[in-house]
Design a protein around this ligand. Structure first.
Ligand code: HEC
Ligand code: HEC
Length: 458
């Protein structure tokens, strides 16, 4: 992490390049040209209606829902790229460390507070956003269309919804594309002009949410093929802990190797196998990744929230070593959550401002994360700096990494995890997740883990 300035220069280059692309694409989108999402697979088992999904895709790319008071046009697809990236391989994420948002004088920021994550498999996630802000895809769509990503300020939700309604009603058919009225009629059998504004927003949310439900990983990566080829379990059985699953898989691997019957196959070599072992190992003196404790197969996430110390690392890098430990954070009774002060991009010289992640949204009454006997204060403290465990599939197409987007390569990420685990063992990570200090990695382990992570790309 020494070379932060070089990294910033680097991401600045991306920003300029992508902005040009994005603006070009916005014009293209305004002309109503249809497109095909990369990676979009038809979800066989579901009852998704193809017309509703197609409408959802068009709404996902609609730039006219952006506030007219900002300085750029945006849409879901501008931060979650579909087919407008040069390689055509992004997994519904952009290239920025933090996505650009329309500038508003009243809230003079240029960027989102976090890195935009992949949207693959969001249908399977119980909480959305890296801090768990939303409980459903529909809620997320309405909240995003009327929020800061589209240039709207808090309090402007009504205006945002009014604008969506007028854009939809005023839309005219063009050559090759039906009008929104016609598309809503075909998809939902409704007359758009007879619906209330809130009914319209409900259908918009449903269509876009259903479009996202079609964004699924295929699970046919070299890793998936290796698992099939060797008859390994693809996921823990119901009720089985990640730890027990890992122990079982490690034993099976050792047995197969002893019998000389382990099969490798395309894209999964010995180095990847060594990485897989480290990934699964949860105890021991060295070469323990303990990754499986949080990144459980098949999606390589437990859909839960953990503090790896990434917020602290960013805070201390900008404010001085040890400063995050001194930050005054209110207790459960005093805290007003979500908090603008604690859900903010960290900047040099703005001491007191931090990104505490799920601390902002954990529901002290209903959270499944509460342990028996734990008080409100204890639970809330444990959520300081906790973020949703991201999937580890398709990482080659979603850089930069971590919620801050400050880490350009996977090697940077793994070096940082190794460093933070050492700090946690020394008691130097504030409210570190208890699984963090169990990670024990040496330099060569990192190379093996990188080889393993590469087998998760499709
Ligand atoms: C300005 C860029 C931007 C725009 C526009 C935008 N997003 Fe996002 N999106 C992000 C960022 C950044 C995050 C991570 C936010 C967080 O965790 O706080 C995110 C998170 C998400 C997630 C959650 C993924 C997860 O793993 O929890 C979903 C789903 C999503 N966006 C869908 C949408 C949809 C649908 C739209 C349009 C209505 C949209 N986004 C518009 C940048 C954007
Ligand atoms: C205690 C739970 C936990 C453990 C153990 C853990 N991780 Fe993670 N991992 C997370 C969380 C939470 C994040 C997101 C942190 C953030 O952005 O602040 C993350 C982020 C990552 C990322 C960045 C992904 C992205 O899209 O930005 C990678 C890569 C990763 N972990 C790999 C690993 C590997 C490899 C191991 C084992 C050496 C490991 N993790 C161990 C919880 C864990």
């Amino acid at each position: 992490m020494e070379n932060v300035e070089a990294m910033e220069r680097n991401s600045g280059w991306w920003k300029r390049a992508v902005l040009v692309l994005v603006m070009g694409w916005a014009v293209f989108a305004l002309s109503g040209a249809p497109g095909n999402a990369q990676h979009q697979t038809v979800n066989e088992e579901s009852k998704l209606d193809p017309l509703q999904v197609r409408l959802g895709e068009r709404l996902f790319r609609e730039v006219r829902f952006t506030t007219t008071q900002g300085d750029l046009l945006t849409s879901c697809a501008i931060c979650h790229l579909t087919d407008q990236d040069p390689q055509g391989r992004r997994v519904f994420t952009d290239f920025f460390n933090r996505s650009w948002i329309p500038f508003r004088r009243e809230d003079p920021r240029r960027t989102e507070i976090r890195n935009s994550p992949t949207l693959l498999d969001v249908a399977l996630m119980p909480r959305l956003h890296l801090d768990g802000e939303f409980k459903s895809l529909e809620e997320l769509v309405a909240g995003t269309f009327s929020g800061r990503p589209m240039g709207w300020l808090p309090g402007e939700e009504e205006q945002a919804f009014d604008q969506i309604q007028s854009v939809l009603l005023a839309d005219k058919a063009t050559e090759g594309s039906a009008s929104y009225r016609e598309q809503f009629k075909a998809a939902f059998n409704v007359e758009l002009e007879k619906l209330s504004r809130d009914q319209i927003i409900g259908l918009v949310s449903k269509a876009v949410a259903d479009f996202m439900r079609t964004m699924r990983s295929r699970q046919d990566s070299p890793y998936d093929r290796f698992v099939k080829l060797n008859g390994l379990e693809a996921a823990p059985t119901a009720g089985e802990s990640a730890k027990a699953f890992a122990a079982r898989t490690l034993t099976k691997l050792t047995e197969l190797e002893a019998k000389n019957s382990l099969k490798f196959g395309n894209g999964f070599n010995r180095s990847a196998l060594e990485g897989f072992r480290i990934f699964l190992r949860t105890e021991g003196a060295t070469s323990v990744g303990n990754c499986v404790a949080c990144h459980a197969p098949p999606l390589f996430t437990d859909n839960s929230f953990h503090n790896l110390g990434v917020s602290q690392a960013e805070f201390d890098r900008l404010n001085g070593e040890g400063k995050f430990a001194q930050l005054a954070i209110p207790n459960a009774a005093a805290a007003k959550r979500p908090s603008a002060q604690f859900r903010e991009t960290v900047e040099r010289g703005r001491f007191g401002v931090a990104d505490l992640g799920h601390w902002n949204f954990v529901d002290l009454k209903t959270s499944p994360l509460r342990r028996t006997g734990e008080s409100d204060d204890q639970l809330l403290r444990r959520m300081i700096g906790a973020f949703k465990t991201p999937t580890l599939r398709h990482l080659a197409f979603s850089e930069p990494y971590f919620h801050s987007g400050d880490y350009l390569s996977l090697e940077d990420v793994l070096q940082e995890i190794a460093r933070l685990s050492e700090m946690a063992r020394a008691g130097k990570v504030r409210e570190a997740d208890e699984e963090l200090p169990k990670i024990k990695l040496k330099e060569t382990d990192i190379a093996s883990l990188l080889a393993f992570l590469a087998t998760l790309n499709e």
